[in-house]
Design a protein around this ligand. Structure first.
Ligand SMILES: NC(=O)C1=CN([C@@H]2O[C@H](COP(=O)(O)OP(=O)(O)OC[C@H]3O[C@@H](n4cnc5c(N)ncnc54)[C@H](OP(=O)(O)O)[C@@H]3O)[C@@H](O)[C@H]2O)C=CC1
Ligand SMILES: CC(=O)N[C@@H](CCC(=O)OP(=O)(O)O)C(=O)O
Length: 337
């Protein structure tokens, strides 16, 4: 059994991770942690997340001695804000732990990226360089030997899983940037109260227009520029991305289907479900580890729809897929099947 600690366990993604680790036949929950001065310190996790009652009643411990937690852990899951992960990951890594970071702190290489999009200067160039981007269906080979996995953002997961097969097969005319419009449920903003996620303030709207940090994350890992516009929806969970792209001259609908099937009808890639000409729907993926992708071609354009649960395939279940790949377990262990 691998001792697994979750930092940020009281949050939305942290609680999902706790449930998965509890279910996993080869992982053992070593500890659940919150910040040193957290208002939730020493409460049972099930007091905050009632669905865990009777299953996981462990306390949320204040993270006071990072070195001691590292010593007691084989695997550390960081379900913490970017700056917190940035500071904590190197400590766990130096102690030899496998680290799976759900934040954006190690996702994109490049000197100016963190100052421009995250508001802090990155201090750990060596770990940023060593980090493997945890898009499970596309980076399995590198994930299998990584010590630090940077789990992709929620919008980047939905967007890239739809576009990558077409780019890999050379089917897109990238002179016209793919246009991604995506709507997320409010849990994407985390559990902490704020005016923007307050019930009476949430309304379907675009935000971060031309400035959202996921645009450069998507572009960097796709290797092509995109227009990306996120939207906040008045529902709890799920992301639906609707993506319009231009096909290269002569590309047929059959070629698009073949590219999607070649990418995902493969052993190990069962977390992506292909819908052909049907459109993806949130209700089919919420509370699951799946990404559903549909597409339709007309003339020289393709419209793709991609749906995930932002807290699962967009964060926690993708982290668990990466743990499974890294440690030689079946890819969807503790997730499905
Ligand atoms: N929500 C989503 O859909 C997605 C989130 N992510 C990323 O995953 C990470 C977690 O997100 P989410 O679960 O939504 O966030 P939440 O705000 O719901 O939870 C954050 C957790 O971190 C804890 N925390 C805060 N500061 C520290 C600290 N210094 N040391 C230890 N624990 C700390 C909080 O508890 P307390 O403050 O009480 O200490 C809480 O448990 C973020 O980086 C987010 O960007 C990625 C993809 C999707
Ligand atoms: C609805 C909402 O607010 N969503 C979040 C994205 C959450 C996510 O993917 O997290 P990372 O910050 O780890 O990239 C946002 O737009 O900031």
């Amino acid at each position: 059994m691998l001792n697994t600690s979750i930092i940020g366990a009281s949050g939305y993604t942290g609680a999902e991770l706790a449930a998965m680790v509890h279910k996993h036949p080869h992982l053992q929950l070593a500890g659940l942690y919150v910040s040193e001065n957290s208002l939730d310190a020493n409460k049972a996790i099930s007091e905050l997340h009632g669905q865990l009652r009777g299953q996981i009643d462990l306390p949320l411990q204040p993270l006071t001695d990072v070195a001691a937690v590292a010593q007691a852990s084989d695997i550390v899951l960081l379900a913490t804000a970017h700056e917190v992960s940035h500071d904590l990951a190197p400590v766990f890594l130096a102690a030899g732990c496998q680290v799976f970071d759900l934040s954006g702190a190690f996702r994109v290489k490049g000197d100016e990226f963190y100052t421009q999009y995250y508001g802090f200067a990155h201090q750990h160039a060596n770990w940023l360089d060593a980090a493997v981007y945890g898009l499970a269906e596309w980076n399995a080979e590198s994930i299998a030997t990584a010590q630090l996995v940077a789990v992709p953002g929620c919008y980047p997961t939905a967007s890239q899983l739809a576009l990558k097969p077409l780019l890999a097969a050379g089917l897109l005319d990238t002179q016209q940037w793919p246009v991604i419009n995506a709507v997320s449920g409010v849990s994407g903003a985390g559990r902490k109260a704020s005016m923007t996620n307050s019930f009476c303030e949430v309304s379907l709207m675009a935000y971060g227009v031309f400035t959202h940090r996921h645009q450069p994350e998507i572009a960097a890992h796709l290797g092509t520029d995109v227009i990306f516009t996120p939207h906040l929806g008045n529902f709890k969970r799920g992301i639906l991305a609707t993506i319009t792209a231009k096909l290269a001259p002569g590309v047929t609908p059959e070629a698009v289907t073949e590219a999607m099937e070649a990418a995902y009808n493969q052993p190990g890639n069962q977390a992506v479900r292909l819908l052909g000409n049907n459109a993806a729907r949130l209700q089919d993926v919420v509370n699951t580890c799946f990404c559903d992708i549909g597409w339709k071609v007309q003339g020289q354009h393709v419209i793709l729809t991609s749906a995930i649960d932002n807290l699962l395939k967009g964060a926690s279940s993708q982290a668990m897929q990466c743990i499974n790949i890294r440690n030689g377990f079946a890819p969807l262990t503790a997730l499905a099947g």
